[in-house]
Write a protein that binds this ligand. Structure first.
Ligand code: BES
Ligand code: ZN
Ligand code: ZN
Length: 492
């Protein structure tokens, strides 16, 4: 993306000009008057003639075929919102609309009048640019490759525009989000565990991260029996990918990120029905988000140390597959009765959480498409958030709100601990009965974190979208990437 700054509306692009239109009638008529004078085009008259009514987020397209200099003016009904989350989403939607309209009009430059906006507030500017950049995405690897769109955003206003630092953060965050989307969208055949290893290797090389790949032999030595058990039924070998970032100055904090990397979840012998299996290539969305975040962290040179742990495997069926009733011993010595092979995410995360804690980070955050239950509870717009520390919970909630990624706190309810108590083992991998399925999964994970502050995001509902609007495109969302970047960037 190229950004240009101009002071006067006279410098608008010839193809497309977007003007936020305030709700307040006095401001509105001022704005329209200004437009009439600079464009010499009677906007107010046309509004009246078509009796257009102001409605938040709505756009009025004013075709100006008679106008010598300008093809299209779009008025964007801009709402003075108090709620921060909604306001930022409005900035993001505006950015997305600017991009999408430019594409559909085949404009190379889109002008945006920002006199009414507050782009000196960094998070507003960031949201606007993120919306613009994130809309510039399609997964076209398996269709006729489309040429990438390069569109210039021309910002027009007298006040200070957008700093290069913010522009860079937006670009890095959007690029990372798109990397995560690409990985989630890849068909499972082209995204086995070794593919995640290859991508981690590329990211490590490009962004100068330290990479360590634990293979089956090392995993056996370490006693990563959860990951090994899940991988048993697959012909693809499992891996645990470790990536680490260290800032140049001694960091005050070290944060561990863990991402579920099941590249395809058939359910194993507790096989999924066909409908449920259809989208199970997304079961590595946590891994994708963590991997992409590492790339962004390095590019933004954040001041915090970050370590990523990505257990990755397929969950398949064969004569070698693990069986319901099997009992395995996890890395921390606890025994687990595997009563349902489809509750495999928690088995591989158990090992990764143990490994993460051994390295003594200040906090551990895991992202996982862990349960169908969280989709029932929160739908597709909210991810479930569990945390052992209120501070960590609030930091993540804020980071999510700023990113336009909604998180909702759910309880690590001790009352339900008995539901995952094993009869022949310490714990079992499914709750007794279907109640509180997302909570019992989180309680299971808690057995593998001792004393470190820990948060778990159940992103089963939010990792994928069927929407094709604003800054989202049908397919992988890249959910969590920008929340994690915001969280890590704000750590002091
Ligand atoms: N990968 C699934 C969870 C999932 C469901 C992700 C829908 C994305 C969309 C997970 O491994 C799983 O199968 N969980 C089971 C657990 C059950 C057997 C206790 C589930 O939610 O049904
Ligand atoms: Zn499963
Ligand atoms: Zn799964």
């Amino acid at each position: 993306m190229k950004i240009e700054h101009f002071q006067s509306l006279k410098n608008h692009s010839r193809e497309l000009l977007i003007v936020p239109l305030p709700k307040n009638s006095k401001l509105q008529s001022q704005k329209l008057k200004e437009l009439v004078s600079v464009l010499g085009f009677n906007v107010s008259a046309e509004l009246k003639r078509r009796s257009l009514e102001w409605k938040a987020g709505q756009m009025f397209g004013l075709d100006t075929p008679t106008h010598k200099q300008l093809k299209t003016v779009l008025l964007y009904c801009w709402d003075e919102l108090k709620d921060d989350y909604k306001l930022l989403n409005q900035y993001r939607a505006l950015g997305a609309q600017a991009f999408r309209r430019a594409v559909s009009l085949k404009a190379k430059v889109v002008s945006l009048d920002y006199t009414l906006l507050d782009l000196t507030t960094n998070k507003n500017a960031l949201a606007l640019l993120e919306g613009f950049e994130l809309s510039n995405y399609s997964f076209s690897k398996y269709t006729k490759e489309k040429a990438a769109n390069t569109i210039t955003l021309r910002l027009i206003g007298r006040r200070k525009g957008i700093s290069t630092t913010i522009a860079k953060q937006a670009r890095v965050a959007a690029t990372a989000t798109k990397l995560a989307r690409d990985l989630v969208n890849l068909p499972p055949k082209d995204c086995p565990p070794r593919h995640l290893v290859a991508v981690a290797r590329q990211v490590a090389r490009k962004s100068r991260l330290k990479l360590e790949v634990l293979n089956k032999r090392t995993l056996k030595k370490l006693g990563a029996n959860g990951l090994l058990a899940v991988s048993q039924g697959s012909t693809e070998p499992p891996f645990l990918i470790k990536l680490s970032y260290r800032p140049s100055k001694r960091p005050k904090k070290t944060i561990a990120l863990v991402g579920k990397g099941v590249t395809f979840d058939s359910g194993g012998l507790s096989i999924k029905p066909a409908d449920g299996m259809m989208t199970m290539k997304i079961d590595m969305a946590g891994a994708a988000a963590v991997l992409a975040t590492m790339q962004a962290v390095a590019e933004l040179k954040l001041s915090v140390a970050v370590k990523a742990y990505i257990p990755t495997t397929e969950n398949m069926i064969s004569g070698d597959a693990q069986k319901p009733g099997d009992i395995i011993r996890a890395m921390n010595g606890k025994t687990i009765e595997v009563l349902n092979t489809d509750a495999e995410g928690r088995l591989i995360l158990a090992d990764a959480l143990c490994l993460a804690e051994k390295d003594k980070p200040d906090a551990i955050i895991d992202l996982a498409t862990l349960t169908g239950a969280v989709v029932v509870a929160l739908g597709t717009d909210y991810a479930g958030l569990y945390a052992t520390s209120e501070k960590l919970r609030d930091q993540l909630l804020n980071a999510g709100n700023q990113a336009g990624e909604r998180l909702w706190p759910l309880p690590l309810a001790e009352e339900y601990d008995p539901l995952i108590k094993g009869s022949f083992s310490d714990i079992r991998n499914i709750g007794a009965g279907r109640n509180a399925g997302s909570i019992t999964a989180a309680l299971f994970l808690k057995h593998f974190v001792n004393k470190t502050d820990w948060a778990h995001l159940d992103i089963a509902g939010t990792a994928w979208t069927d929407k094709d609007a604003d800054y989202l495109t049908r397919g992988g969302v890249g959910f969590g990437v920008r929340t994690l970047i915001n969280y890590l960037a704000n750590i002091r």
